[in-house]
Design a protein around this ligand. Structure first.
Ligand SMILES: [Ca+2]
Ligand SMILES: [Ca+2]
Length: 103
């Protein structure tokens, strides 16, 4: 009779609180879950910084502008005179939508 080895090895993080329950969440390396909007917003929300890594390869949502530093901002903030990207790439004339100029 067997049956001892039927238990499937679970990932170690499964016991932690903070499951990523929704599609609009990201998982930090420390297994905390964050709303997707916290990804690449320039703030360390995970506590270990994993929500801010690989932002350069992160794809912005439709209607969003991807800053040179990888952050995503809404296109309405392009060329509005404020440094929303934190690297001023949203205020570069080359990134301004046609018909809109940097102020
Ligand atoms: Ca963040
Ligand atoms: Ca701006």
């Amino acid at each position: 009779m067997r049956g001892v080895l039927t238990q499937i090895a679970l990932p170690v993080f499964s016991a932690h609180a903070g499951y990523c329950t929704g599609a609009h969440q990201i998982r930090c390396k420390n297994n905390r879950c964050m709303p997707l909007e916290f990804r690449c917003d320039g703030k360390n929300d995970c506590g270990d910084g994993t929500d801010e890594v690989d932002c350069a390869s992160f794809t912005c949502s439709r209607g969003e502008f991807k800053c040179s530093n990888g952050h995503c901002i809404e296109e309405i903030y392009l060329c509005d005179g404020d440094d929303d990207c934190f690297d001023k790439s949203d205020e570069q004339p080359s990134n301004c939508p046609s018909g809109k100029r940097a102020v």
